[in-house]
Design a binder for this molecule. Sequence first.
Ligand code: HEC
Ligand code: HEC
Ligand code: HEC
Ligand code: HEC
Ligand code: HEC
Length: 286
Amino acid sequence: MSLIRLAPFVILMLVMLGPPPAAAQSVSTLGELLKRHDSGSCEGCHEGIHKEWKSSFHGRSIVQSLGSLRAYIDAVEKERKLPADKTQMLKCLDCHAPMVNDASESVIKEIVGLVKTAVDDKDEAKKKAAREKLAGLSVNCTGCHTVKGTGNAMTPPDPKILYGPSGAPAPHPTKGSPVMQSSVMCSQCHSLWYAKDGEYLYCTTIFESHQNAYRGMDGTQTCQDCHMKSRGHTFPGAHDQQLVKEGLTLSLGAIGYRQMASGKYQPRVVVTVDVGNQAGHRIPDG
Ligand code: HEC
Ligand code: HEC
Ligand code: HEC
Ligand code: HEC
Ligand code: HEC
């Protein structure tokens, strides 16, 4: 609701700021794309964060879903009889490999070819090489701090800027972006996704559940409060036992009694299990 109230103000801001920065120029080879978005270039100065990110599911967002991506390509090419081009592939890759927004159609072809090799090829070495190359496309530093850094399709990010929570002076251009500390940041990928052609996809609807069942019921924490505050860039989720424990409360109760059955009193017991959800959304996701 507050977002709706803010809308005229945001539009006014946009007018005042002039035209949005030009979208990043498309690159014509996969090598170039990987180089532009190389998280290795951040490692030297942000070593701790880099290590955390590498161990996270964000760092594996492509290789973890290769089988489904392969099936999706078949569905596009064989069932819908459409080319697996940028429009179709962004329906997965905008969230699973956001840097692909900077890719030309020829790079998309390369990626589709690699997905096929990584899943279908008989030669294990070729398969492995393809997987390794694809892994570089995962949700990484610039995926969040540049491509998704403004949180709004109406204000495309400036490709040279690393958007952060404060815009602290750094040896590279930075800019403070309010979405970085808001659930809106995560909603770009953890919610329903509408394609330009009107199709919508839902891999996950955690943001919707967060808004309706948690914020709507007086919950006050953001995604970052629970997932990043003391956890940095590791982004634990359902694969993390500690977080799952924090998310659930369990209380057990049992009442014993006797019941007449077949002419005799039989011992009976009723067990009640109350499972409470402390997470900021429905669990499990799906
Ligand atoms: C709106 C962004 C978005 C789009 C579009 C999207 N996904 Fe996802 N996908 C996610 C997120 C976020 C998760 C993690 C969900 C969770 O754990 O709660 C996920 C999870 C998955 C998983 C499970 C991965 C695992 O670790 O088990 C697969 C497989 C997958 N997606 C495949 C696809 C395919 C194929 C497409 C295209 C048809 C697609 N996704 C489109 C955001 C998206
Ligand atoms: C899934 C999105 C995502 C990815 C991937 C990601 N970040 Fe962040 N990062 C954030 C968000 C959101 C914040 C702001 C957190 C807050 O202030 O609540 C942040 C904060 C930061 C900060 C400032 C705060 C701090 O902890 O020092 C730095 C520096 C940073 N990220 C660097 C990186 C680097 C380097 C990488 C890659 C190795 C990376 N990030 C990957 C989302 C991401
Ligand atoms: C030469 C060292 C150096 C390199 C390389 C570097 N950074 Fe930084 N970065 C800094 C310093 C210093 C700061 C300011 C202090 C801090 O927040 O850690 C900073 C701040 C940031 C911030 C936070 C800005 C804010 O709003 O608080 C982000 C985000 C960030 N860097 C991302 C990256 C990413 C992504 C890369 C790789 C593409 C990268 N940095 C490469 C040194 C570096
Ligand atoms: C560019 C898209 C993108 C953005 C932005 C993003 N995520 Fe994700 N996130 C994903 C995808 C894709 C996956 C699934 C990776 C996989 O399992 O293959 C994922 C996985 C996760 C997981 C692990 C889920 C599990 O099952 O263990 C958590 C937790 C998570 N994200 C939290 C966040 C939070 C919090 C934010 C905001 C600060 C955020 N993400 C921003 C795309 C994104
Ligand atoms: C009040 C704290 C809290 C808030 C707010 C919160 N989470 Fe969670 N989240 C948790 C806990 C605890 C779990 C682990 C529970 C489980 O999966 O069993 C979890 C699990 C997850 C998972 C894994 C779910 C699955 O079943 O695969 C994802 C992805 C995730 N959160 C993303 C988000 C995003 C995105 C937001 C904001 C829209 C958010 N969370 C807000 C506490 C929170």
